[in-house]
Write a protein that binds this ligand. Sequence first.
Ligand code: COA
Length: 165
Amino acid sequence: MTIPSTTPRIAMYAGSFDPITNGHEDLIKRTLAFADRIFVAVATNINKKPLFAAEERVAFIKTVVGDSSRIEVRKFDGLLVNFAKDVGAVLNVRGIRSVSDFESETQMAVMNRRMFPSLETVFLTASPDTTFISSSLIREVARFGGDVSGLVHPAIADALTKKFR
Ligand code: COA
């Protein structure tokens, strides 16, 4: 198969991002090494009750990633594969921190592939200093006044402090 060199490689990275952590930021930046553009897709996870509204989560991500024409942040409802079709994404980036991530991510990757075979799921191993981070752990530590600096962007640490004040 020949891929024309002019075809832009569009990636997507979906999640609840409640809130965005250094682990998510790491993945977004690393994706730009092999994709031309990345859509960061703020999802409604029906199994979770978010701390921050979707609009706030989008705004936080924009603050963290800064101004780049190669990164677009959007919220979405419904199926990930439909979002991919809407934005023309061909790569679905997922982070793997542990064996348990691999198990659940493989299950989702196969389901997504069944629905939309031309979307390729790509697993990136989390950087060692982010393997223990999750948004819910960050929320919990912040809720009880623990220090989350170094695990999230300073603006996110501030937002958490304000939220739990
Ligand atoms: N660094 C730090 N944290 C990470 C991470 C990384 N590299 N990778 C994952 N995490 C954390 C997330 O913050 C999240 O933390 P939390 O559970 O404490 O909030 C946790 O690991 C799980 O991440 P993820 O599996 O990405 O869950 P999510 O809720 O963020 O996103 C969706 C799940 C949105 C991708 C999934 O529900 C979805 O695709 N929804 C759309 C509907 C759909 O298409 N469903 C069918 C799927 S087959």
